[in-house]
Design a protein around this ligand. Structure first.
Ligand code: 1HN
Length: 360
C-alpha cells in the first residue's frame, strides 16, 4: 500500500467517526499532557517509501548576482559585515540560510584593500573562486592565492581570514555545513585576537607536502583524519587532470569526466562533511539521467549548457550557481566545453551507510 501521502499507519485509516473521536480524546487528555504522542497517527510521515524532498531546483545567474554583490559592496565594508555575502537561499527555505536541506551556499565579495577578519568555527567551509586577480585566504597559518576555479577548504575549527591586495574584486562561492551543525546543535565559534592570523609557513607548503602524490614520512594530520591537509586545489591542476583523463578514456554515460577532490590521508572527500567534485562535459556532450539521495550546489567554472532536475530546466552560463535537489533525476547538456563544480553531503550519508543512487 502506498503510504507516501497518508500521515497515519494504513491500519487506522478505516476507523469510523466515533472511534476516531474516542481516540482523539485519549490523545488530548492522556497523552499530550504526559509528553507522549501516538506513533500510528504519524507513521506515514515518519517513514516514507521514498525520500520526501523539500529542496527546490533553483538557479542564480551571474549577470544578476554580480551587480547585486557590487551594490552590497557600496553599502558596507567587508570588515563591517565580517563576511560580505549574498546567501543563496533556496525558495523552499526562506529565512533559513539554506541552499539545500543540509548545506549553506553564498557568494562572497572582498574589494581591493579589504580584509575579512580572522575567525574560526566548527562549521566547515569551502570556497570556489568565480572572479579574482589574486586575492587570498589564509588557513591554519598559511596563505593561498585564489584564482578563478580554485577550490579552497577551511576545515572545522581552523582560523581563516581573507584579503584582497589586487586592484579588482575577488568573488567566490562559499559552501558550509551550517544547517547540519544547526541540526546537531553543535556549533562553536570565536574571533581571532588579530585581524589577520600570523603566517607559520610559506605559500605552497601544504600543496608541496600533501598534494604532490607524496606524503610526509611521519603522519601529519593538521586537520585530523577526516579533513584534507591540502587546503587549496588550484584550478590549473584540476582542469589539466580532467582534460588528461578525457583524452585517455571515453566519457562515462552518467558522469561524463568527473573527478573528486580527495583527502590524500584516507582517500575520502576533502572535507569531512562536504563532498566536492568536478565534471568536465565536452562541447555538445550530454549525460544520462541519474539521481542520488544527496542534494547538490553547483557552480559553473566555465562553459554553458542546460541542467535538468526533475521537471526543471535550467540554462546555465559561466559563473552561474544552481541547486539539484535530492533524489531528483538529473542530467546535463553542454553547449560549449563545460566545467562544473559540485558539492553535497554525500560523504556524510556514505559514512552513515544511507547514501543511494540510481542510474537510468
Ligand atoms: C564564514 O565564516 C564565511 O569565513 C563565509 O568566509 C560564509 C556563512 C555562515 C557562517 C560563517 C567565511 C559564512 C561563514
Amino acid at each position: 500500500m502506498d503510504q507516501v501521502h497518508s500521515a497515519g499507519a494504513p491500519g487506522i485509516a478505516n476507523a469510523d467517526e466515533a472511534t476516531r473521536a474516542t481516540r482523539k480524546k485519549f490523545y488530548d487528555d492522556k497523552l499530550t499532557p504526559n509528553s507522549m504522542a501516538p506513533l500510528w497517527e504519524v507513521l506515514g510521515n515518519v517513514v516514507t517509501r521514498e525520500p520526501r524532498v523539500t529542496t527546490k531546483p533553483v538557479i542564480w545567474h551571474w549577470d544578476k548576482t554580480r551587480p547585486l554583490l557590487m551594490e552590497a559592496g557600496a553599502l558596507l565594508t567587508a570588515e563591517e559585515a565580517e563576511r560580505r555575502v549574498l546567501v543563496l537561499e533556496n525558495p523552499a527555505y526562506v529565512g533559513e540560510s539554506r541552499a539545500t536541506n543540509t548545506l549553506y551556499g553564498g557568494i562572497q565579495l572582498v574589494l581591493p584593500g579589504e580584509v575579512a577578519p580572522a575567525h574560526r568555527h566548527t562549521q566547515s567551509a569551502l570556497r570556489f573562486v568565480l572572479e579574482s586577480k589574486g586575492g587570498y585566504t589564509a588557513v591554519g597559518g598559511e596563505k593561498a592565492t585564489m584564482m578563478p576555479g580554485d577550490f579552497v577548504i577551511t576545515p572545522s575549527w581552523s582560523f581563516h581570514d581573507h584579503g584582497n591586495d589586487t586592484d579588482g574584486p575577488i568573488i567566490w562561492m562559499d559552501v558550509l555545513d551550517v544547517p547540519m551543525l544547526t541540526f546537531f546543535e553543535a556549533g562553536f565559534s570565536e574571533h581571532h585576537n588579530d585581524k589577520t592570523q600570523a603566517l607559520a609557513r610559506p605559500e605552497g607548503d601544504a600543496l608541496a607536502r600533501f598534494g604532490n602524490t607524496m606524503l610526509p614520512i611521519d603522519a601529519e594530520k593538521p586537520y585530523g583524519e577526516l579533513n584534507s591537509p591540502v587546503f587549496n586545489y588550484p584550478y590549473t591542476r584540476t582542469r589539466a587532470a580532467l582534460l588528461a583523463t578525457a583524452a585517455g578514456a571515453p566519457a562515462d554515460p552518467h558522469w561524463s569526466h568527473t573527478m573528486k577532490f580527495v583527502n590524500p590521508i584516507n582517500g575520502g572527500w576533502a572535507i569531512s562533511t562536504i563532498a566536492s567534485w568536478m565534471m568536465y562535459l565536452p562541447k555538445g556532450a550530454s549525460t544520462q539521467k541519474m539521481r542520488s539521495t544527496d542534494g547538490m550546489i553547483v557552480a559553473v567554472a566555465e562553459g554553458s549548457g542546460t541542467a535538468y532536475a526533475g521537471d526543471a530546466k535550467m540554462e546555465f552560463g559561466a559563473k552561474d550557481s544552481f541547486v539539484i535537489p535530492n533524489w531528483t533525476w538529473r542530467h546535463f547538456t553542454a553547449k560549449e566545453d563545460t566545467f562544473l563544480f559540485f558539492s553535497s553531503d554525500r560523504g556524510v550519508q556514505e559514512r552513515m551507510g544511507i547514501w543511494r543512487e540510481e542510474r537510468a
